[in-house]
Design a binder for this molecule. Structure first.
Ligand code: ADP
Length: 370
């Protein structure tokens, strides 16, 4: 917010009526001299003057725990009149004024200065953030549920699978002479099913971990990440006779382990979804943009039809059965989550039969999400 004088505030009063956030201006004593309709709806502005000392209790302003009244010294009005300027103070407001509905609010406040630059009052901008808060609480709850699921999946679901696998091996060993070809084929199918289920559980676990693990953001050298990625994928590179070209890459602020996983999934897919008539050629590049780095992983593989380019980033969305190409349909959902958590974007451009290029951005100063 830039410095505002009382005179200019009155001059633009009519504009303030149309906005959705509450605006309250007070004089030096904390008496309201202007408030718009949104302020009346959000806080419930009283026509009677309320003394500075009673302000918090009168308007029912609570700390973010929702039950403790804001200490008088922390009152936005008191602080603004003392010359302080603060953005996004989150409080819980509960009173019988206005709509009477309790709500979570974010308050920006600053002193109002007169022509001589002296504090002549206070300006409060109040936003009802109840819906945003509800969604963020819901995300926290579902992350917790996901974490609990991950723990159950890791132990309880893997256990019966290990039993099935173990008893199938024992049957094959003890009954080796009595089993005919048909029975042996059935046992191979059981073992394949078990292996697939174990892979699915492990991939789901990796997906849930990406969603719930706190990020560690620090400078990450992408050249080193790609060198490690090439080592991890060495068997697949050799098996496909692939050429992997890596252009010079930058150092970015990111979670190193998540960025490794991201490149590994994209390069792994570039090798896996290769055309039958040519060996894979993969190129990894980066370009500097205004406030971010744009990375690309390009291949000369089978490509993706335009109608599927968004769907493939959703969990379990695959365009092929597991006989043609192995996989669980979780890799790109993991990539999407990693990029989201770095506040970037991910997308693909592709020509069926010719190849695909996956792009993603990492903001120069990635905020990350906990
Ligand atoms: P998975 O690799 O386990 O199938 P992903 O989530 O990594 O799962 O990918 C989802 C789907 O997107 C794949 O099954 C495939 O159909 C398509 N896909 C991903 N990467 C490529 C690529 N480089 N070329 C062609 N298709 C791709």
């Amino acid at each position: 917010m830039s410095t505002l004088s009382l005179t200019s505030l009155h001059a633009i009063e009519s504009v303030f009526e149309g906005v959705t956030f509450g605006i309250v201006a007070t004089d030096k004593q904390g008496t309201v001299i202007f408030s718009n309709g949104a302020a009346a709806a959000i806080i419930g502005i009283d026509q009677e003057p309320v003394s500075l000392k009673d302000w918090i209790e009168h308007y029912g302003v609570y700390l973010s725990d929702g039950v403790t009244l804001l200490p008088a010294a922390a009152s936005p009005l008191v602080r603004a009149l003392a010359g302080e300027e603060v953005n996004s103070l989150e409080v819980f407001i509960q009173n019988q004024l206005g709509s009477g509905r309790s709500k979570w609010c974010s308050i920006d406040f600053k002193p109002l200065k007169d022509e001589n630059g002296e504090v002549a009052g206070a300006l409060l901008l109040v936003q009802d953030v109840s819906e945003r808060k509800r969604l963020s609480d819901e995300v926290t709850r579902s992350n917790l549920a996901l974490q609990q699921f991950a723990t159950v999946a890791a132990h309880d679901l893997q256990e019966p699978l290990r039993s099935i696998s173990g008893f199938t091996d024992m049957l094959a060993q003890y009954q080796a002479d009595e089993l005919d070809d048909k029975s042996r084929r059935c046992m191979v199918k059981i073992k394949d099913g078990v292996t697939r289920m174990q892979t699915l559980i492990n991939d789901l676990l990796a997906y849930s971990r990406i969603q719930t693990t706190t990020q560690i953001l620090k400078p990450v050298n992408c050249d080193e990440i790609l060198a490690n990625c090439a080592k991890t994928l060495n068997a697949s590179i050799t098996q496909h006779g692939a050429t992997v070209n890596v252009d010079p890459l930058p150092v970015v602020i990111a979670d190193g382990s998540q960025l490794s996983q991201l490149f590994q999934n994209l390069v792994g897919n570039a090798l896996k979804f290769c055309a039958v008539d040519r060996p894979p050629v993969v190129r990894i590049s980066a370009q500097r943009r205004a406030n971010s780095w744009l990375f690309s992983v390009a291949d000369n593989g089978i490509g993706i039809a335009p109608e599927y380019t968004e769907r493939i980033f959703r969990i379990f969305q695959r365009l092929h059965n597991t006989t043609s190409y192995s996989g669980t349909g979780i890799g790109l959902a993991v990539c999407q989550t990693i990029v989201d958590r770095h506040e970037g974007k991910i997308w693909v451009e592709s020509e069926p039969g010719k190849g695909s290029t996956f792009y993603f951005t990492i903001p120069e100063k990635s905020g990350g999400k906990t």
